[in-house]
Design a binder for this molecule. Structure first.
Ligand SMILES: *[C@@H]1O[C@H](CO)[C@@H](O)[C@H](O)[C@H]1NC(C)=O
Ligand SMILES: *[C@@H]1O[C@H](CO)[C@@H](O)[C@H](O)[C@H]1NC(C)=O
Ligand SMILES: *[C@@H]1O[C@H](CO)[C@@H](O)[C@H](O)[C@H]1NC(C)=O
Ligand SMILES: *[C@@H]1O[C@H](CO)[C@@H](O)[C@H](O)[C@H]1NC(C)=O
Ligand SMILES: *[C@@H]1O[C@H](CO)[C@@H](O)[C@H](O)[C@H]1NC(C)=O
Ligand SMILES: *[C@@H]1O[C@H](CO)[C@@H](O)[C@H](O)[C@H]1NC(C)=O
Length: 601
């Protein structure tokens, strides 16, 4: 139905782009409607690749799949696609501290992402450096390179609401990110989204010239159905039919332009205003799930372990001291997520202090407490914010050493003033509350500080054997013992993609709407080896756990097997004849006829 990624048409475009990159400068401008590239008004579909989240070897494959999905531009530079260079450094992107280095935060007087001279000066140095590098490599379109746009900020909207206070928390930052993106973080096609977008991109591109240089009119057809028409100077038209009614399909008669069924809550794209090329309610949905399978039948991990050495911190020994409780990031400087806070308190009267409360106010994210070398407890905040930790502790006569370990789990990346959000036991207070509420405030005590764990310094995470590090191999390794390092190694697990396709026909009618094209494809040149499930009727469940419904066509499995086994992709038109469906077989009250397939490549 649409030009696909491997068509000669795409090949020609690539060739001409490559040629352009060699010798011709590209002029990029814009007007109120669109970007204008070499005088041509363009709709640019751009995708974003978080290159630090993948390895260099993965990039060509990811970019190819993005291109096959109908993109014109990618937010890194690569031949054959336009590039949008995201200079940053602020990208948000669920990246630690939004991409800023922590040392920026520690510059006196700096205010990030505002009209602040210190910040702007640092930005100027960074931006100039990156732009100069790109220029030296002739990467900008004006130099014949692929970069048509560059971006130095991201998601600025929330900054404009300065009334939002720094205390607002966004969750812990982890390394994972794909939010249901068309390509997942391993570079696999995330179906059905990838397929839907590919079709949508193709459909919209059919109207590119008219949409970017035409006039728009909206016509209310009643019952929440609207016809939007773009018309250019030559009288060429491109239309959208939308039905925002939640529960009523619409029958629309556009006279000489044809009759259309517009399902509830859907948009139909009409090329030339008289040919349906896309309908959001009729798109096929393919779901791929990755089944992780190891080469061995059962991958058994063998764990070794080693306790963190903490004699120094249990004795209150750090690397520097201060008479206050300091903010964590200002000290850890991105070197470690861990900061030790240690102090000593002299106790004279054990009748007051033998059963006291240790009270700690921390800005987060986690805290581990020791008194005189003994672990007393642990707490973390659910959303990464401030919290109070309280625990009964027994203090002895003479000096008592209080050791607190604060750890961060990724730094905030989003929101107004996110850079000012504090972490660690910044300011406290830290108090001891004894009998009759006698309170010692330790907040202005002399505190010792140490950044990081000894295990980090000893590089316990290093896979190579380290001198002086002997991992314990005792099979009954400790469970639930704080400050223990564990290590296991395994062969890389092999992923075996398993694809599912659910073709939905005649959504709200019990008649099978004929003519839907069903496509099933494997990635990486693999072929379909098994049809684990195929049912044309009213199957239930989701990919990976489909179940037969109350009725199904008799030839479902065999029809799909015949069309698909041994092929890297297969496609057929879903018709009731193809599956041997007779109307007497279908129960009218089921109201849905669909084909569900689960296949293994
Ligand atoms: C836009 O349309 C006008 C006529 O209305 C035409 O003269 C012009 O060349 C078109 N521009 C582009 C970039 O296609
Ligand atoms: C214990 O006595 C010493 C010496 O008199 C004093 O400096 C210290 O503040 C006392 N500690 C407490 C907790 O009262
Ligand atoms: C310690 O104090 C807490 C409350 O302040 C109380 O619940 C607990 O029973 C006391 N323990 C001892 C051993 O006195
Ligand atoms: C956390 O900080 C907010 C804002 O400063 C404050 O209102 C709240 O009491 C604090 N919560 C704790 C448990 O310290
Ligand atoms: C100690 O303080 C707590 C909380 O502020 C209060 O509920 C309790 O009555 C106080 N106890 C004494 C003995 O003053
Ligand atoms: C292994 O660990 C268990 C429990 O920690 C201990 O009882 C046992 O003696 C250890 N065995 C060896 C050989 O170290």
């Amino acid at each position: 139905m649409f030009p696909m990624g491997s068509s000669p048409w795409v090949g020609i475009v690539l060739l001409s782009l490559a040629f352009m990159a060699l010798c011709v400068a590209t002029e990029v401008t814009y007007d109120a409607h669109s970007l204008i590239i070499n005088g041509e008004k363009r709709i640019i579909f751009s995708g974003s690749v978080h290159y630090p989240r993948s390895t260099v070897e993965m990039w060509p494959n990811i970019i190819q799949k993005a291109k096959d999905g109908g993109l014109d531009a990618i937010e890194i530079q690569e031949a054959g696609l336009y590039a949008i260079l995201r200079i940053g450094p602020y990208v948000c992107a669920e990246w630690n501290y939004g991409g800023f280095p922590i040392w920026l935060h520690n510059m006196p007087g700096i205010e990030l992402r505002t009209d602040n001279p210190i910040y702007k000066n640092e930005m100027q140095i960074f931006t100039t450096k990156i732009v100069s590098m790109a220029k030296e490599a002739n990467l900008f379109a004006s130099q014949g390179g692929p970069i048509i746009l560059a971006q130095i900020e991201n998601e600025y909207g929330n900054i404009m609401e300065r009334t939002l206070v720094a205390q607002r928390r966004g969750p812990y930052i982890t390394t994972s990110y794909d939010y249901d993106a068309p390509l997942d973080e391993y570079g696999n096609l995330n179906q059905p989204k990838w397929g839907h977008l590919k079709q949508l991109h193709v459909a919209i591109k059919l109207g590119e010239k008219i949409l970017t240089n035409g006039t728009r009119t909206d016509k209310d057809l009643g019952n929440q159905v609207t016809l939007t028409t773009y018309t250019n100077a030559n009288g060429e038209r491109f239309c959208f039919l939308s039905n925002i009614n939640n529960n009523q399909d619409a029958n629309v008669d556009l006279q000489q332009d044809g009759k259309y069924i517009v399902p509830s809550w859907s948009v139909t794209i009409l090329n030339g205003c008289n040919k349906e090329v896309f309908n959001t309610a009729k798109v096929n949905s393919q779901t791929s799930i990755m089944v992780k399978k190891s080469d061995d039948a059962s991958p058994k991990l063998t764990w070794v372990w080693i306790p963190e050495k903490k004699k120094d911190t249990m004795q209150g020994k750090g690397s520097f001291k201060a008479n206050q409780l300091l903010e964590q990031n200002e000290l850890t400087f991105d070197v470690s997520d861990y900061l030790w806070y240690m102090t000593s308190v002299d106790i004279n009267d054990t009748s007051i202090w033998s059963n006291a409360t240790l009270h700690v106010n921390t800005m987060g994210h986690t805290i581990l407490a020791y008194v005189n070398g003994r672990h007393v407890g642990y707490k973390f905040s659910q959303w990464g914010g401030n919290f109070t930790y309280e625990k009964q502790v027994s203090l002895k006569e003479g000096p008592n050493i209080i050791t607190l370990l604060s750890a961060t789990v990724g730094l905030a990346n989003y929101g107004a003033n996110f850079d000012k959000i504090k972490t660690g036991i910044a300011g406290g207070p830290v108090q001891l509350i004894g009998k009759n509420n006698v309170t010692i405030d330790l907040s202005t005590n002399l505190w010792s500080y140490k950044v990081g764990l000894n295990g980090e310094k000893r590089q316990l995470y290093n896979s190579q054997p380290r001198i002086g590090v002997s991992w314990r191999t005792n099979s009954s390794y400790p469970i639930g013992r704080p400050m223990t390092w564990y290590k296991a190694s395994s062969k890389l697990l092999r992923s075996r993609p398993c694809g599912c396709r659910l073709a939905r026909n005649g959504k709200r009618t019990s008649l099978v709407e004929e003519g839907a094209l069903l496509e099933l494809s494997c990635q990486g040149g693999k072929t379909i080896t098994q049809i684990q499930f195929a049912s044309f009727g009213n199957p239930e469940g989701k990919c990976g756990s489909f179940k037969k419904g109350t009725w199904e066509a008799t030839d479902g499995q065999s029809t799909v097997e015949a069309a698909c086994i041994g092929k890297s992709s297969c496609g057929f038109t879903v018709t009731k004849e193809a599956f041997g469906v007779t109307f007497s077989l279908m129960k009218v009250d089921d109201g849905v006829a669909r084909l569900a397939i689960q296949a293994t490549c």
